[in-house]
Ligand binder design. Sequence first.
Ligand code: HMG
Ligand code: MG
Length: 316
Amino acid sequence: MSHDATERAGAAPALTITDVAPRDGLQNQAVAISTDAKVELIRLLARAGVRSVEATSFVSPKAVPQMADASDVVQRVSRQHPALRLSTLVPNLKGLERAHAAGAAEIAVVLSATETMNQRNINMGLAAATAVSEQTLLRAAELGLRTRAYVAVAFECPFEGVVNADTVLDLACRMLEAGAGEIVIADTIGAAAPAAVKARMSMLAQAIAPDMLAVHLHDTRGLGVANAWAALEAGVRRFDASVGGIGGCPFAPGAAGNLATEDLVLMAEQCGLTTGISLDELLDAVEFAESLLGRQLGGRSSAWLRRRRERQRAAA
Ligand code: HMG
Ligand code: MG
């Protein structure tokens, strides 16, 4: 019988991966996804060895109807997988209070690096979004919750173009000062290239301890894995990724899917870096997501991974 790999013995992985498919991957899907299906997707991720999941978001159900069942998701998943690190996105204090009431142990605030992206995403400008994120982090600390802080459009904004590195550093430092446990640098529209990722993440790694710095990549231009490698070279060991490569912010035009978890895990595996995640079992989660969304999914490695699995099964 399969079991959560959170319970598997063994050394800590070299890379820590947070699978954001249940939130980033599902938030913008055209078909309604049931709570049962979300819980099952998370079960399959946990079974594959994923130790950290962004399960949902406590945002306005008018803005993102797909996340209206956030409380149910958190309650059910926390009960079923007590060892799983379960994060939830909250845009403001109301989201935090809802997350806390549902029993969430970790929240992520979402601050974008430009005026317009904050307006489009959370209906407030940069100064207000920074202040609200700070207040939310401080209140989360009072409530004893773990915290992450996204700095979105950290390379390029769909409305304002290339984003200055100093702005990203300044916002990241403000979030750290407000108590964020992890800073998540996000390439929201997948516009970054490896040279820029290496330069920007190296600069940030001077100011932020490696175990508090993560990167969240979208794979719009097919550079997701290369960008992950560049981040690794800059010293980053914490990555967001999404099983099947699903994802994208509904309020950021041109945002395509996230870097696929299976692509990141395969790259790590082939480079001798552990993740604690089984690629074969991850494919079960990809296939389940395909059944939900009614179309073929998967990162760029999926076809090869499926062939390898067939060969291995035939040989067994
Ligand atoms: P607003 O309309 O400005 O909010 O929306 P408001 O404070 O004026 O309140 C309006 C109504 O919303 C009120 O209800 C509030 O109670 C309610 P009413 O009195 O009309 O019945 N409300 C809420 N309800 C539930 N949960 C809440 C909440 N807050 C207020 N937390 C708001 C502001 C932030 C709520 C809205 O703009 C929103 O929910 N936006 C959604 C943003 C979102 O989910 N974006 C996608 C995720 S971010 C992303 O994908 C990027 C990321 O992946 C990183 C990357 O790739 O870059 C993280
Ligand atoms: Mg995203």
